[in-house]
Design a protein around this ligand. Sequence first.
Ligand SMILES: [Zn+2]
Ligand SMILES: [Zn+2]
Length: 572
Amino acid sequence: MKNHEIATLFERIADVLELKGENTFRINSYRKAARVIGDLTEDVEALSKLGKLTDIPGIGEGTAEKIVEYITTGRMAKYDEVMKDVSEETLILMKVPGLGPKTVATLHKELGITGLSDLEKALQEGKLKGLFGMGEKKIENITKGIALFKTSLQRISIGMAYPVVKRIIAALKHNPLCKEVQAAGSLRRMKETVGDVDILASGENGADIVKSFVTMRGVTQVLASGDTKGSVRVEEGVQVDLRVVREDEFGAALQYFTGSKEHNVHLREIAKKQGLKINEYGIFKGDEKIGGNREEDIYQALGMDWIPPELRENRGEIEAARQGKLPNIVRLSDIRGDLHNHSDWSDGAPTMEEMAEYAMKMSYRYLVVSDHSQSLHIAHGLNNEELLEQMDEIDRLNGKFKGFTLLKSSEVDIKPDGSLDFPDKLLERLDVVVASIHSGFKQEREKITERIIAAIHNPYVNVIGHPTGRLISRREGYDVDLDKVIDACAATGTALEVNCYYDRLDIDDVNCRKAKERGVKIAISTDAHHLDQMWMMELGVGIACRGWLEAKDVINTFSLEGLKAFCKKKRN
Ligand SMILES: [Zn+2]
Ligand SMILES: [Zn+2]
């Protein structure tokens, strides 16, 4: 979806117009367009093709034309015109809380400040004092604003960074000078949020590899470019650092820069006890290098199994590796289907047939169509009759497929009193039932916990969808006692979901592990409303790996028969 991209363009136009002191009405109309497009759940590109852009409240003719222009040509003339004489640095400066465009203009005019580092220096040197409109309070607020801004820049959801990294790695692999290339850091460990993204490459001509990196498509700012290191900011706002090392040091460097810090500290202690030394260049006995070409060398030399990056958090993985007891963690290739998806029968974009075709391309054996239930009006939830019609349509479609099955389901609402949005006699006819909360988030802990547990005790409910309701970037989950939920799932044979949608990743890694330890199965599901969200399965699998889950813990690694048996067992 281009929604986010287009919203960002409008936001930037508004920022710059404000900096230039232009008409407030125009500025506000761009801000409004940015907000409307940013909040839109439908694909702006699809609406544009249908000529329905001006149906969106807040989108007028002029804005619609700019959107169409961007979608068809990849450029927006207005944006290019506005940006001509403004630097990226200045734009960043305007994002600092407490620094409006007017202040930025003053700072530029009076002190020649064009970026954040200029401003920090001027603050340190006390140069802001005495400037027009710069009281002590204002200066204090700017200082605080910078600190806040820097923290907010530090981490983003892995779902934002992951596609960027894939794109960059694919491009670097085209460079014949580049021998190996891999993501490192928290992204390689599939942590739910990441800071700057680190990429590691090997090759003899570092300067040339760095050059191809900093001139890559999508780079908006080059922060550094040298013989072995480059640092850029890309369109998505993410900072990406590339480091090029020698081929025979790649494994050691990859291990070193993957972290986590805690994991590496523990490894170094073990190395020391064995009279060995590890650093980013290799593993050494005295002055003699005994390994480092491959990452496996390091672990082998320390007398343990290679540890998958997702486990490297110093949560017992080193002990397990020494005893040869690491879990055989679930992999994307183990996944045989997706258990939570929305079609155009409710608020999803694709038809069921399109979903099925896409799933077959992903080599899935089955796909669950779990549209919303009747209470969820905003998502066009299905009523009883519509659900029955949908089942007939699924039967018809399944008649056409070979080796693939659409499964009948519903993401049935758990109503505030704990009852379900469809009667049992209807739920009984579904293959898999996902039950979720979409209202009454503010209920007290005891109440909301009982509510979910009531749903778990329904014999037809197989999976609890997005169990905590959190949104990484903007909402804490509801106040649910997940321990009690896990116990109820264990007692009834109900699975918990790892919702893969990048802003949810719910439940998280720690709770996955807890669920596994108590014998609760997990469903890794994308909750896709668009075909191009189905890739997020990779994110969910990453979270599951971090929770030490194996294929046998995850119900959508089961064969179709195995999955059906899992659901049936609870019902009997
Ligand atoms: Zn939901
Ligand atoms: Zn859903």
